[in-house]
Design a protein around this ligand. Structure first.
Ligand code: OOG
Ligand code: NI
Length: 462
């Protein structure tokens, strides 16, 4: 960073994603292998499919694209997370309740911090899935454990005052000057490093008996990045290449199946990280070496964002089974079919270049899904737990919803469907403007452009 530069939120976001990625690569070497293989897969897909491969994001965007996952304990902590990400132009989007989405013990609710504007997403779409413990949920924690857990959490500091002050200034001023930006990025990265402080063994094991996720969050005095996920253009090819390198993946790709029609939403898979050495303080006061297996590697392929109706169909289909047969019964096998049935979000684009364009030239382009899936998230949590933990389903769970989360975060929680719909509406207005016609004319025009159909992101034809 040269001294006279000013760093806008998106530049802080892009620099933070890189800095976190460098740090995570040092901490979890298998992540570096995953990045290498992802880059190989993406280069091969672009070489084989050309421009078609970039319809859901340019290769520059996809190469830099990551999502991270972090877990915190209290409303105070998540509101501080919101300030740090707010400085980077990342806003809370969506509410996920993972307590019911998994049969094992995952006592958290979540949101995702990400850019919300189309231009910002194109600059750098870095997003962080952020989970928060629910210590008051009696299915997981007794009143006694809740009390001790809340006391432990209230006594720790995850984010120091200097980091928070810089974050607030960046948000107020719309960025930071180079020296401050460098300091902000250093402190923010450091806040998510794995701590080498000895872990209180008895406390950690007590929580772990209830939930490995609870121990990961509330058993230690700091937080850490839990995983960092690159995006690939062909996840089935990636899966095969990782196994060929001797890295054991979970047994399947989560989310929609591999099939001949358009890819929708999100497909993810992961491998469990190796045990990482950690020091523990025993009840006798001795410091001993042991290990914890808390972090892992994940990779994802992103598809088309579905409307509420499309999502309802997805939710039904996924319980029937993510098989090609179920998908053929559920979804049209072309993008044009998705548009006509109102199942997917597509923007209106007027091709740039010379020549008078008319409504007949308007193309519909798919909107990429920028969010997460609770079942898939729960599956990822679950497949990486050492232990199922314990959950007393006879107890009533504590009520939590999007409004409660917005209150904890201290900010508006965006609805993902509203964001996609706004993106489509803005593209419609812009296209109509360029053509000098009323938006309704275009909205009524069926897709005239022959859609690339079916889109293949499977590499089956590569
Ligand atoms: C978050 C799991 C959710 C995803 O990609 O669905 C997630 C966690 O393990 O903390 O990252
Ligand atoms: Ni993830």
């Amino acid at each position: 960073m040269t001294s006279d530069e000013f760093y806008a939120p998106w530049q802080l976001r892009a620099a933070f994603a890189r800095s976190l990625s460098d740090m995570y690569g040092r901490e979890v070497p298998a992540y570096t292998t995953l990045l290498e293989v992802s880059h190989e897969v993406n280069a091969d897909v672009v070489a084989a499919r050309g421009a078609d491969a970039e319809r859901l994001g340019s290769i520059d965007r996809v190469t830099a694209e990551r999502h991270g996952a972090i877990r915190v304990g209290t409303p105070t902590e998540i509101s501080q997370v919101a300030r740090i990400f707010g400085a980077m132009g990342m806003h809370p989007v969506g509410f996920y309740d993972l307590r019911d989405a998994s049969s094992s013990s995952v006592p958290v609710i979540s949101t995702a911090f990400r850019p919300v504007d189309r231009a910002e997403l194109a600059r750098n779409p870095f997003r962080v899935f952020t989970s928060m413990l629910v210590p008051g949920d009696r299915r997981f924690f007794t009143a006694d454990l809740q009390e001790r857990l809340e006391r432990f959490l209230a006594a720790r500091t995850l984010f120091g005052p200097d980091l928070l002050a810089l974050a607030d200034r960046a948000e107020a001023d719309g960025g930071l000057a180079a020296t401050d930006a460098a300091e902000f990025l250093r402190l923010a990265t450091e806040a998510f490093e794995l701590s080498h402080e000895p872990v209180d063994q008895a406390w950690y094991r007590e929580l772990e008996a209830v939930s490995a996720v609870a121990a990961d969050i509330g058993g230690v005095a700091s937080t850490h990045i839990n995983h960092l996920t690159p995006r690939v253009l062909d996840i089935d090819d990636l899966y095969a290449r990782m196994e060929a390198r001797g890295i054991t993946m979970i047994d399947r790709v989560q989310g929609p199946p591999l099939w001949e029609g358009p890819d929708v939403l999100l497909r993810q898979t992961s491998f469990r990280a190796l045990a990482e050495p950690r020091t523990f303080r025993t009840p006798d006061g001795d410091v001993v070496q042991d290990s914890l297996r808390v972090r892992f590697g994940e990779v994802e392929a992103r598809g088309i964002a579905l409307t509420r109706e499309g999502r309802a169909r997805y939710d039904e289909a996924i319980v029937r089974g993510a098989t090609p047969e179920v998908w053929r019964e559920t979804f049209p096998d072309t993008e044009a079919g998705l548009i006509e049935a109102g199942l997917g979000y597509f923007t209106y684009e007027v091709p740039t270049g010379s020549g008078a364009a008319g409504p007949g030239d308007v193309r519909r382009e798919p909107v990429v899904y920028e969010d997460f899936l609770p079942r898939s998230a729960a599956g990822i949590f679950q497949s990486n737990l050492t232990d199922e933990g314990s959950k007393d389903a006879s107890q009533a769970g504590e009520e939590r919803d999007a409004d409660w989360m917005a209150g904890a975060v201290g900010r508006e929680l965006h609805d993902p469907f509203d964001l996609y719909a706004a993106q489509v509406a803005a593209s419609l207005t812009a296209a109509a403007d360029r053509l000098g016609v009323a938006p309704a004319t275009l909205a009524a025009t069926p897709s005239t452009e022959p859609m690339t159909s079916p889109t293949t992101s499977t590499g089956a034809d590569a």
